[in-house]
Design a binder for this molecule. Structure first.
Ligand SMILES: [Zn+2]
Ligand SMILES: [Zn+2]
Length: 431
């Protein structure tokens, strides 16, 4: 019987054997607790069915009315793309583009890309250019913000209740269904269903000498020994590096730029609500205060957390991680990895305020009765959120472990145990 393929932890680079586990179980890294793989029963069938469902619901959600607003005898229908279009009409095309890409274009590319990969795989083949498509999907997935868009929609409905009667359209029901099936499809998808069909052999522990240094592909996770002569991943075509190139420098540059963007984002107004021709511009903070004055405490809290607390804490966390790696800290690498994981996941939710501005501008176009105009602060804020997301994606959490690994190696050689080279593979079995 051949030995199981190797799998690398994408957060700390520990290498394991991919042993069979019970259906529904999850194998986690014993070092940093990150998920290594799951065993999903008929992953291919389930994820393919769910992506196809998502695609159909997506067509409905994007072509039917989303929200219908009625006030003072005027009815205003809004669609998913109305927000992006309204931002463009107000001369804020760049912000409209961000909303359009993250709420419509990127999710569509992910879903179509996954169907392109999974449909032929269902019949035992990998399609032409599968490596490139897989890489594109992997790169775009974090920027597909359907859940954040939905939260923005819910907030805008609550916010507008005093102003008008809001009725949900068919589009919003399809959107909720699409969000559920999209999330489920991502959970049920195991990349191994594709790679089993690939001609590129997956290394197992019997293929490599003990203490051989290994490199894993950042995109598809293929493991190669560093002795092999290659530049790009033979399976997905991504450039293979030991660590993300210039990770610290790039992350620092993105964090610094984000800090600079946050200043105008908080000084300039994000939107102006005008009722009967009157109204004053609101910054992020004054918007929160107005919500509290209006008794909408829950909403005020969500906006405060998403737009003020999260970006601030994210920048603090990234600065701390950068500094700790720069100073080659060995302190609690597993906790620092956890901090990174939270930073990466939570950051995108700050975009809710940007979606909110777009949605409100798209809905409330009632001339003299009421209008909501987006403000330049929203563009800077979107820029800051995008920059913090880029910063988190540029940070390589494995750098946290490099120093810890060096220390372990040194103590092992002190105690007479043969020391591995710097990034050796430590094969462990996970049950
Ligand atoms: Zn790990
Ligand atoms: Zn690869």
């Amino acid at each position: 019987m051949s030995s199981p393929p190797l799998v690398a932890c994408h957060e700390c680079d520990a290498i394991y054997e991919r042993n069979p586990i019970a259906s529904g179980a999850k194998a986690s890294c014993t070092r940093c607790d990150s998920e290594l793989y799951r065993e999903i029963n008929s992953s291919l069938d389930k994820s393919l069915a769910l992506y196809c469902t998502t695609f159909v619901l997506m067509l409905v959600a994007y072509s039917y009315p989303f929200l219908i607003m009625k006030t003072a005898g005027i009815t205003e229908e809004n669609q998913v793309f109305s927000g992006a279009w309204a931002l463009y009409e107000f001369g804020m095309g760049e912000l409209g583009l961000v909303v359009l890409m993250t709420s419509i274009v990127f999710p569509l590319i992910v879903v179509v890309g996954m169907m392109y990969l999974l449909l032929p795989a269902r019949f035992g083949n990998l399609p032409l250019g599968h490596g490139l498509v897989f890489r594109i999907v992997r790169a775009i997935e974090p920027w597909s913000l359907l859940g954040v868009f939905m939260l923005g929609t819910l907030i805008s409905v609550v916010k507008l209740q005093k102003l008008a009667t809001i009725t949900p359209g068919l589009g919003i029901f399809a959107f909720v269904g699409m969000l559920i099936s999209y999330t489920a499809a991502r959970i049920y998808f195991d990349p191994q269903v594709l790679w089993r069909l690939s001609k590129v052999k997956q290394l197992s522990s019997s293929d490599i000498e003990p203490n051989t240094s290994c490199i894993s592909c950042h995109s598809c996770g293929l493991i190669r020994t560093s002795e092999e002569d290659f530049v790009d991943c033979p399976r997905c075509g991504a450039a293979m590096h030991h660590r993300l190139i210039d990770s610290l420098q790039r992350t620092t540059a993105f964090v610094m730029s984000a800090i600079v963007f946050l200043i105008p984002a908080n000084i300039f107004p994000v939107m102006t609500v005008k009722t009967l021709g009157r109204g004053s511009p609101d910054t992020i903070i004054s918007g929160v205060i107005k919500l509290m004055d209006g008794g909408l405490w829950g909403l005020a809290l969500i906006v405060l957390v998403a737009s003020v607390v999260v970006p601030f804490l994210k920048i603090v966390a990234l600065c701390y991680l950068l500094l700790s790696v720069h100073r080659q800290s060995t302190w609690r690498p597993e906790d620092r990895t956890r901090l990174f994981r939270i930073t990466e996941v939570v950051g995108a939710w700050s975009m809710v305020d940007v979606f909110l501005v777009g949605l409100l501008a798209g809905l409330v176009k009632l001339g003299l009765v009421a209008t909501i105009e987006p403000g330049i602060g929203a563009t800077f804020f979107a820029g800051a959120v995008i920059l913090t997301m880029l910063a988190a994606h540029s940070f390589d959490p494995r750098l946290i472990w490099d120093r810890a690994q060096q220390t372990t190696d040194r103590s092992q050689s002190d105690s007479g145990v043969k020391a591995d080279n710097k990034h050796s593979s430590h094969i462990q079995v996970v049950n």
